[in-house]
Design a binder for this molecule. Structure first.
Ligand code: C2E
Ligand code: CA
Ligand code: CA
Length: 511
């Protein structure tokens, strides 16, 4: 059950990583395009505002020119000057009406001739411009009044709002354009608003004329950036989606590849797929079960039971062999610890260790924990170190073996005869057992030379006062030969194959 949940979780994580890889270029690219679109729109509004300022200044120049020409006439009787007033209206395209003022009193108008109206200079921003929402002649129709005064003389010329709103509408076809004069502002629909200039949602640009006191604001309505991107970047969007798909694919493939051997081993360790198998070891004399070697099997969800020589090299290479062995020791302690009190004599439990275990002192703690699960004196823990992979006698290694011996742990040299361990080496590590490699056991009954090698190994172990275990015993002939030559312990298919814990406990009670 935990295996299924873990597998499902890791599949979900892999899917999430793939989706993330796919979305990353799309989101990043999208953000870049969004920023680019905003820059383009800001550039647009700036150009539009500059153009509008230019147009308004041209119109105001026209209006101001009329006022300048009429100002000297102010004070003269209206009848004498009204033709001049009308001439300006006719001659100048943007001038709608002209008026003369004497002592802040509008007394002559191009439209009505004699007229009387008070002029309040405060209505004009900086005394020159007034954006009005119509006058008595055309109420509700915007009007920009230009005022020029000199002492008692004054001239007022007006610019029709129609021209202004035309500029706002035509220059900024897609752009929103607003014209502010003093406290009022004009929108493209020709309406004058008495309020502060509203903020424009997208890419707002505000520019103030350097020559007349007015400001132009240009910008776009909400959502314009997206609309612009949709209309201008469809090809780039397709490219982003293509990159997203490629990136998701690469992410997927890399993840597949990253389930390299060590990755897969780590997953299996998490999922508790490494299980302990037990092979009995018997006494050389009476063939009673005297112990067991713990052998690792990988209970792979797809491949089934995997042989250790197929994965142990990877486990050693990645250093994962240490936690894997720890798991095996825990399983062994859990299985045999509870029955250990019933053992008549110390039961040998062989655990295979590797060079990775000898790099620090962690193994001491593992062994201490292991031993604490058994009734005191009920077992002999034998660590089997293969001769093929000789370890360097570094200070930490010697310290490790010293501490292991102090704990009562025994050391066996596995596959003895296949490597090159010297006598000095055997002494240095204080070895307790030699395990004769099965290739030598297989030689029993063969030629005299092969038997001679086997005999020398047995002789050596007797001389060195080492316990001796023969593995790979398959026939009674081999068993008899080894027993006759004083081999203390035998291990092989003849006595029992490696078996799962439950089977081993059942067989143990029978023996
Ligand atoms: P090994 O330590 O020399 O273990 C003995 C191997 O010989 C075992 O193979 C066992 O099943 C096999 N064997 C025992 N009796 C007979 C027999 O009568 N005939 C034949 N033909 N074979 C027999 P296994 O279990 O496949 O393990 C192979 C090797 O993998 C082990 O050799 C050991 O080097 C390594 N290994 C297994 N478990 C572990 C472990 O937990 N840790 C480490 N580091 N290595 C392990
Ligand atoms: Ca072994
Ligand atoms: Ca062996």
């Amino acid at each position: 059950m935990p295996l299924i949940i873990k597998a499902r979780r890791s599949r979900r994580i892999r899917l999430l990583v793939t989706v993330f890889c796919g979305l990353l270029p799309i989101v990043l690219g999208g953000v870049i395009l969004y920023l680019q679109a905003q820059r383009t729109l800001e550039h647009d509004t700036r150009l539009t505002a500059e153009e509008a300022i230019r147009q308004f200044e041209l119109m105001l120049d026209n209006t101001a020119q009329a006022a300048r020409e009429l100002l000297p006439l102010a004070g003269q009787p209206c009848d004498a000057v009204k033709l001049a007033l009308r001439e300006q209206v006719t001659r100048r395209p943007f001038v709608r009406s002209t008026n003369l003022v004497w002592e802040d009193n509008l007394y002559c108008s191009s439209l009505f001739g004699d007229y009387q109206e008070k002029v309040n200079a405060g209505d004009y921003t900086q005394g020159t411009l007034w954006l009005m929402n119509g006058n008595p002649v055309t109420p509700d129709s915007a009007l920009l009044v230009y005022r020029l005064s000199d002492g008692k003389q004054g001239a007022l010329t007006t610019l029709d709002g129609y021209h202004l709103s035309n500029v706002l509408r035509l220059i900024g076809r897609q752009t929103l354009l607003l014209l502010r004069v003093g406290p009022n502002w004009l929108s493209a629909d020709g309406k004058v608003h008495v309020a502060a200039l509203p903020a424009l949602p997208v890419a707002e640009s505000k520019l103030t004329s350097t020559r007349y006191d007015f400001t132009v604001a240009a910008g776009f309505a909400e959502g314009e950036t997206w609309r612009y991107m949709r209309s201008e970047y469809p090809a780039l969007f397709s490219l982003l989606i293509f990159f997203g798909a490629v990136s998701a694919l690469i992410g997927h493939v890399l993840q597949k590849r990253s389930s390299s051997p060590s990755h897969e081993l780590l997953r299996a360790l998490d999922a508790e797929e490494f299980v302990a198998y037990f092979q009995p070891v018997v006494h050389g004399t009476n063939k009673q079960w005297s112990g067991a070697e713990v052998l690792m099997r990988w209970n792979h969800p797809k491949e089934g039971l995997v042989r250790p020589d197929l994965f142990i090299p990877f486990a050693e290479h990645s250093g994962l062999i240490v936690p894997m062995t720890r798991s095996l020791m825990q399983q062994t302690a859990k299985l045999l610890g509870p029955v250990s009190a019933s053992f008549d004599e110390p039961f040998h439990i062989g655990i295979n260790i590797t060079a990775s275990h000898c790099k620090n002192l962690e193994l001491v703690d593992d062994c201490r924990t292991f031993l604490s699960a058994f009734a005191p004196g009920s077992i002999h823990l034998v660590l089997e170190l293969t001769e093929r992979e000789l370890i360097e006698p570094a200070p930490v290694t010697l310290q490790l073996f010293e501490q292991l011996h102090a704990l009562g742990v025994k050391i066996a040299i596995d596959d003895f005869g296949t490597g090159h361990s010297s006598l000095g080496y055997l002494r240095q590590f204080n070895v307790d057992f030699l395990k004769i490699d099965q290739s030598f056991v297989a030689m029993i009954g063969a030629d005299a030379l092969s038997r001679h090698i086997l005999d020398s190994i047995i002789e050596l172990s007797v001389k060195l006062d080492l316990g001796i275990v023969a593995e790979g015993v398959e026939t009674t002939e081999q068993s008899d030969y080894l027993s006759a030559h004083g081999v203390n312990f035998l291990q092989g298919y003849l006595f029992g194959k490696p078996m799962p814990g439950a089977d081993f406990i059942r067989a143990l009670t029978l023996h």
